[in-house]
Design a protein around this ligand. Structure first.
Ligand code: SAH
Ligand code: AVI
Length: 345
């Protein structure tokens, strides 16, 4: 019998995944809970919504009739992807908060057609999302390399691998709106540090519109967003040994016209005290007390340009859908007067 031929050595693995979470991530949840639930107005940062169940609920939100941002952004991408591929000549797509990368495929298709695409770098806190999407995309795009980064884009941008050519950093879905104004500019400045002289930031932002349309998008008739909101309590129960009863909280979504953002809150139905066992922390809620779980800022072109320029980014193109519900912007790092780009990092 012929000896079995050993398999060919893999010289260029299609998938590489680096994880920067684990202990540090757990500490960040604990710190956020300790800080946020002992304030006079209780608050939790939205990044803790996205365990595997939260990510699934978010996917369902994207299909809801009331939640227009996903459809509007997809429509803009379909309209502009070829132009974006030509403008950027990108060899690499780095995506922050990549999720299932569902809309990203529109861009990957255009870059594949242009013949420039080499690598995709998804960055997300949800491990299963990064792993699943790496598997799926290497199947769907033969020859594509995927370097997944499981991490927090507020803390781990320095772990994004060095570029393999002109790069697009995509920050889609309006996720930048989940940061309050000061942190938003800080995050944008850090993202600008990923951009070399031939690179671009492609960012999705939701636009200011009729408050009724906005509030419906965050308080859908089927109650999926309410379940997504309450999911953060299940995360705290599992990860920190808390004993929240999610059904004891009502989902609230209100448009704040002064700040032009949607605010999601959880309102306690009755007075009670929850114990967060791992932190040895009793948390008292009065009946009707509200805890803020997310802001989702809505933009005007002026506000967006001033946020970009505060982060030393300049607008290259502004695209919107026919109803002007959502905007997709392409920007680049501001160059100094001598023409040299800032040092990335
Ligand atoms: N970009 C996708 C998903 C948006 S949902 C879209 O447009 O549909 C927000 C995504 O960002 C989730 O996948 C969530 O896990 C991720 N995310 C939220 N905060 C994050 C953080 N600080 N660091 C890394 N990923 C984060
Ligand atoms: C991810 N992020 C942009 C969503 C948003 O619209 O702010 C999260 C979301 N919250 C409720 N529905 C969707």
């Amino acid at each position: 019998m012929e000896p079995l031929t050993p398999p060919e050595p893999v010289t260029q693995a299609a998938i590489r995944i680096d994880s920067h979470l684990g202990g540090a991530h757990e500490r960040s949840l604990a710190d956020d809970v300790l800080d946020g639930l002992t304030r006079p107005f209780k608050e939790l940062p939205p990044k803790h919504f996205y365990d595997a169940r939260g990510a699934q609920l978010f996917d369902q939100i994207c299909e809801l009739p009331e939640y227009y941002p996903t459809r509007a952004e997809r429509a803009i991408l379909e309209e502009t992807a070829t132009e974006l591929a030509t403008l950027t000549g990108a060899a690499e797509l780095v995506e922050l908060g990549s999720g299932t990368a569902s809309k990203t495929r529109v861009l990957l298709d255009a870059l594949t057609d242009a013949g420039t695409l080499v690598r995709y770098v998804p960055v997300d806190v949800t491990e299963s999302m990064v792993r699943d999407c790496a598997e799926e995309l290497t199947d769907e795009y033969p020859g594509l390399r995927v370097h997944g980064v499981i991490g927090d884009f507020e803390r781990h941008l320095d772990r994004v691998p060095a570029a393999v050519g002109p790069r697009i950093v995509a920050f889609l879905g309006g996720t930048i709106g989940n940061f309050p104004p000061g942190s938003r500019r800080r995050v944008l400045r850090e993202i600008a540090g990923l951009l070399g002289p031939h690179d671009h930031l492609l960012m999705g932002t939701d636009l200011v519109k009729d408050p009724e349309v906005l509030e419906a998008a965050y308080d859908d008739a089927q109650g999926v967003t309410a379940e997504f909101n309450r999911n953060v309590l299940r995360v705290l129960n599992r990860e920190l040994g808390a004993d929240f009863e999610p059904e004891n909280f009502d989902h609230i979504a209100l448009f704040d016209p002064e700040h032009e953002w949607i605010e999601m809150r959880l309102r306690a139905r009755s007075e009670h005290t929850t114990i967060v066992r791992d932190l040895d922390l009793p948390v008292h809620f009065a009946a009707g007390e509200e805890m803020r779980t997310e802001i989702s800022a809505k933009f005007t072109a002026d506000r967006l340009e001033s946020d970009l320029s505060a982060a030393e980014l300049e607008l290259v193109r502004w695209f919107t859908d026919p109803e002007e519900l959502f905007a997709l912007t392409l920007s680049r790092a501001v160059r100094d007067p001598a023409g040299a780009s800032r040092t990335p990092g």
